[in-house]
Design a protein. Structure first.
Length: 626
């Protein structure tokens, strides 16, 4: 038998053997999407899974932004065989999911990353994975957000104490913009039943002791299962422990480097307590002593500071009774003044705040000093809405400037600020009022378009900007295109590429003549016909389109220059763009020679002796007739 016949018989025998063993051409491998009810191909290629198991690499996720856990979905058939290449869909709410691979790998696994986005609340996040008609859900606990309260644990009757509440996420970052509820178990007074956390996640709480005994201050945020809560027990002592100097009803200001005496009074049942050790501390300044014994119920210390700013003074008894008072140290002798504005580039009629900052020789901010503002120069005819202001705790004195109706040159407004205190520091700031079209730029590219066999079309652009370079939109641009000169000469066949053969026509001017229409009236007047040919030269060889231009949002307007192909190389033009805004006219100009397309200058076949004469002839002097 032949070799081919032997191979055929061998294949047939193998096929019969497979059928005898229960196999056929549709037999499936042990793992893969070909299993039916064990993962087989069924009804249009849909895969039926036996089970899917979704797991998280951590049962918890932090409440801080961008906290993450990895989720893995494992797909098997009914026999426990891992199924590759099976599509898996992940879904959740209240968090973000990034699917790493949406189709199972050779181990039957698909993965996604769960990210806590902008929700800092403690909560349960459910994630579901679905594949092959099966699904599984896993719960991940978002946790780590907490609230705390700190402050004195003992306060005397009639005293006021301050407490700080802080709301934080799992990374300890403050959570801003959340409502914190506050309550007291006693009859004492709180400054507010609810407040909103600051940018650092804090709330400042005032507590006034009215009733003796133990009071519990409780703070909480969020609601339901997301609620976080904290409390502090405060012992309101029947003993009276209060500052009587400075005046407890206001924050007293104290000059730098000047000692200020502060006094606390301790009484019990209305009688002064003697010999009690009082411990003093302060957030700013130097104390003359940190521990003082009461005499006739009083304990006093001196405090002074070389730096400006608030200071909270605390006094504490041996058994933890606390009294606090706030003062503010202020500088009084300014030696420098810095003036600044919220906006230094303004539109007409726009307002901006102008602020002067005062400091002393040690760089301390100076409070309570009058500053006078005045306009030195103002091309816009603007105004200051106030002439004087007094510096605050940050050394700032602020007034408002309103720009006038007209634009200015760069730094066209100058404002001065000065104070009569100390060494009379002063300073100036310059502003610019834009919004008026003061500059026009004209430009073009390198491409020449040939719309037909007789015309050239070259695109140009006009940019209109204010003095700051900002685009001015919606203004009309008027164009003017007039000849300024023309050339006489010949086209000469020239070897451009250096191969020894002429390959391009190059214009060679023997003379350039001024345009004859001197008064630009389009009429051949007396003494204008310099070459005695009874016509004006050059003619208006070019025009532009469209006739009316308006700038867009970027301050630009596109237009085209159109001219005959026969007139290129020899006519010189001046293009003028004019914009008028609020009675002020601005112009931009460009001077150029009408260009030829490179394709029309190539493919030289023959050149007459002396070259090809230009449209305006080849005379060496302008007065020669053509």
């Amino acid at each position: 038998m032949s070799g081919k016949f032997g191979l055929t018989m061998a294949a047939s025998l193998l096929s019969l053997l497979l059928v005898a063993c229960g196999g056929d051409s549709g037999s499936s491998p042990l793992a893969g999407p070909g299993n039916n009810n064990g993962g087989g191909d069924d009804d249009g290629g849909q895969v039926t899974a036996g089970s899917i198991n979704l797991l998280s690499d951590s049962p918890q996720i932090g409440t801080a932004a961008n906290s993450q856990v990895t989720l893995t979905a494992t797909v098997q058939d009914s026999n426990g065989i891992l199924l590759p290449e099976v599509p898996v869909t992940f879904s959740t709410s209240g968090a973000a999911l990034q699917v790493v691979n949406a189709v199972t790998d050779p181990n039957g696994n698909a993965q996604a990353i769960l990210t806590n986005s902008s929700n800092p609340q403690n909560r349960t996040i459910s994630v579901t994975a679905t594949a092959g008609g099966q699904s599984d859900t896993v719960s991940v606990q978002a946790t780590g957000t907490g609230i705390s309260i700190s402050g004195p644990t003992a306060v005397s009757i009639g005293a006021t104490a301050s407490y700080t509440v802080r709301l934080t996420d799992s990374n300890g970052n403050g959570i801003s913009g959340e409502t914190v509820s506050v309550s007291s178990s006693g009859s004492n007074t709180l400054t507010s039943a609810s407040q909103t956390t600051s940018a650092t996640g804090t709330v400042s709480l005032g507590f006034t002791a009215n009733t003796g005994g133990t009071d519990t201050i409780t703070v909480s945020a969020y609601s339901g299962s997301s609620t976080v809560q904290a409390s502090i027990d405060v012992q309101v002592d029947q003993d009276s422990f209060l500052f009587n100097d400075p005046d407890p009803t206001q924050i007293e200001t104290v000059n730098l480097n000047t000692p200020e005496t502060v006094t606390v009074v301790l009484t019990s049942g209305g009688a002064p307590v003697n010999g009690e050790t009082i411990t003093f501390s302060a957030t700013r300044g130097t104390l003359s002593a940190t521990q003082v014994s009461t005499a006739n119920g009083e304990a006093s210390v001196d405090i002074s500071s070389s730096t400006a700013g608030p200071s909270i003074i605390s006094a504490t008894t041996a058994d933890g009774l606390t009294a606090t008072r706030q003062i503010e140290f202020v500088a009084t002798n300014p030696t420098s003044l810095i003036i600044q504005a919220n906006d230094t580039q303004l539109n007409p009629q726009q307002e901006t705040e102008v602020t002067a900052v005062l400091r002393d020789a040690q760089n301390n901010l100076v409070k309570g000093q009058p500053v006078t503002f005045s306009i030195v120069t103002d091309e816009s005819n603007g105004q200051l809405l106030e002439s004087q202001a007094t510096t605050d705790s940050l050394g700032r004195a602020t007034v408002t400037y309103q720009a006038g109706n007209s634009g200015t040159a760069s730094d066209g407004v100058v404002i001065q600020a000065q104070t009569s205190a100390g060494t009379q520091p002063s300073s100036t700031i310059s502003l610019t009022v834009g919004g008026q079209a003061l500059r026009i730029t004209l430009g073009t590219g390198n491409e020449i378009i040939e719309p037909d066999s007789v015309r050239y079309d070259r695109e140009w652009v006009a940019f209109v900007t204010d003095v700051n370079g900002a685009p001015v939109s919606g203004v009309n641009v008027e164009l003017k295109l007039l000849p300024i000169s023309y050339g006489k000469g010949v086209y000469v066949a020239t070897d451009i590429d250096g191969d020894g053969e002429p390959d391009q026509w190059v214009p060679n001017r023997s003379a350039t003549c001024d345009a004859e229409d001197v008064n630009l009236n389009g009429i051949l007047d007396q003494n204008e016909d310099q070459n005695n040919n009874q016509k004006l030269e050059p003619s208006n060889d070019a025009t532009f389109a469209p006739a009316t231009l308006t700038t867009g949002d970027d301050g630009s307007a596109m237009f085209s220059l159109l001219y005959p192909q026969s007139n290129c190389s020899w006519a010189d033009f001046r293009l003028t763009a004019t914009v008028e805004v609020e009675g002020s006219e601005s112009q931009g100009t460009a001077e150029f020679t009408l260009s030829c397309s490179a394709s029309d200058l190539n493919n030289i076949e023959a050149s007459p002796p002396g070259g090809i004469e230009s449209k305006y002839g080849s005379a060496a002097i302008c007065s020669d007739p053509n």
